[in-house]
Design a protein around this ligand. Structure first.
Ligand SMILES: [Zn+2]
Length: 437
């Protein structure tokens, strides 16, 4: 059986326990062939449960599946849209067989259990291809297995898919035009910063401007955007000088900006517009970080034109989201218009009685999570005259945030509430995301 998920409803409606299609293994990423005959015993114990767990994870749209030994059992966890959900618990011998089986299929050394290994396997479920990146880590009770899911077909995100409005795109275009200044995207690790940086790049008018990327863009498709060769022995400065001579308008740095490269790009930004990314909590903290790296607040205030950051919020499931009439006091408190008639939220979980009664059908579309996929919300701090003056004085992140609010710049709050008003997400989800930092 598949662990209490997915097509259950349909199968029950049809009055039968329907066989659910299981994932197909299409070969290890490193090309190493899994010899199932030589490992017949392992395959007998581990192949079917491995298929069931991975099928369950992919059906739930998990981006990560973790199998971790815990006492006499092993816990399976699915990470869906950044939130962990408990999966089945496996008896230890079965967890061992599953771990070893997935290692074998991923081209890893099955016998090696005391060293971390990395590999992967191609799979297919219902004619959709996926790439699973598999990592093992030795832990006290055995081995932890981490499977990261990539769906190559869903890799390319347009600005609209990512949640960028026309108004924001226009702002970005104006801040990256004129062949000068830095436009930087920042965020905490795994918050989608790189995706946003590429979305910024794709939102530019590639017909109007000469845009070049520097560094490894990892095979991303970029229409009408040139890739500048990095000649051997050339520094970042040399490469940028070459682009300026070739009359390029915009340079996109594929590698994250750090202290050293910031120094270079702050000096080059008078002749070319430069887009890059770097790790920071949010835009205000990012600006403070830039000042610290540069060691000169004036340089940052003059060279940077905008700093953008993003957070990911989960989208309500369109199938099971629940409409409700919002309390006017809450509307006023969060800053939504008082005439807002309806908002949406995830449905309340069933009471034990409802569950028992047999009248409760879990939502097929989202796997009864209430959410389906994620969308980005953005903040953008622009270097207006007042902001330039403030940044030149080496301010605190709080002071930057306050001025951004006063000047009504693009904020997480504003962008998030827009999505709440449109019914894309819920107030509770926004609160969860803001609380997480
Ligand atoms: Zn649903």
């Amino acid at each position: 059986m598949i662990f209490g998920f997915g097509k259950k409803k349909k199968a029950q409606e049809e009055g039968e326990e329907r066989q659910v299609e299981l994932v197909l293994f299409k070969g290890a990423l490193n090309g190493k062939e899994a010899n199932l005959q030589a490992n017949a015993k392992l395959a007998k114990a581990g192949l079917l449960p491995s298929k069931q767990i991975i099928t369950d994870g992919l059906s739930r749209r998990a981006e990560m599946i973790r199998i971790e030994p815990k006492g006499p059992q092993a816990a399976v966890t699915f990470l869906v849209d950044g939130v962990p959900y408990p999966g089945p618990r496996l008896p230890k011998p079965q967890a061992f067989a599953v771990t070893q089986m997935i290692k074998l299929l991923s081209g890893l050394e099955v016998q090696v259990r005391d060293k971390p290994q990395s590999g992967g396997v191609r799979v297919e479920l219902e004619e959709r291809p996926y790439e699973l990146r598999v990592d093992t880590q030795p832990v006290q009770a055995g081995e932890r297995l981490i499977i990261r899911v990539r769906n190559p077909r869903e890799e390319r995100k347009s600005p609209e898919e990512l949640g960028m409005t026309d108004e924001l795109k226009q702002k970005i275009r104006s801040l990256t035009s004129g062949r000068q200044g830095l436009f930087l995207v920042c965020g905490p690790p795994f918050s989608g910063t790189t995706t946003t940086a590429y979305t910024v790049l794709r939102s530019l008018d590639a017909f109007l401007y000469g845009i070049f990327t520097l560094g490894d863009t990892e095979g991303r498709e970029l229409i009408n955007i040139g890739e500048a060769e990095w000649n051997p022995g050339e520094t970042l400065r040399d490469a940028l000088v070459r682009l300026v001579r070739a009359e390029a308008d915009v340079a996109f740095l594929a590698d994250p900006v750090n202290k050293e490269t910031l120094d270079t790009i702050l000096r080059m930004q008078e002749d070319i517009s430069i887009i890059g990314e770097f790790p920071a909590k949010d835009a205000a903290h990012g600006i403070v970080q830039l000042i610290e790296w540069a060691g000169d607040a004036g340089l940052v205030s003059r060279g940077v034109r905008g700093v953008m950051s993003q957070k990911l919020v989960r989208k309500l499931c369109p199938e099971c989201r629940e409409a409700y009439k919002p309390n006017p006091k809450i509307l006023a408190k969060v800053g939504l218009p008082s005439e807002t008639k309806v908002l949406y939220r995830k449905p309340k979980p069933p009471t034990p009685e409802e569950k028992e009664s047999g009248d409760y059908w879990p939502c097929d579309v989202c796997g009864d999570i209430g959410f389906l996929g994620r969308i980005a919300i953005f903040e953008l701090i622009e270097m207006t005259d007042a902001m330039k003056e403030l940044v030149a004085s080496s301010p605190t992140p709080q002071a930057i945030k306050e001025l951004a609010r006063k000047e009504q710049m693009w904020s997480f709050q504003k962008d998030g509430l827009r999505l709440v008003a449109e019914g894309v997400t819920s107030l509770e989800e926004l609160q969860r995301v803001f609380k997480a930092g």
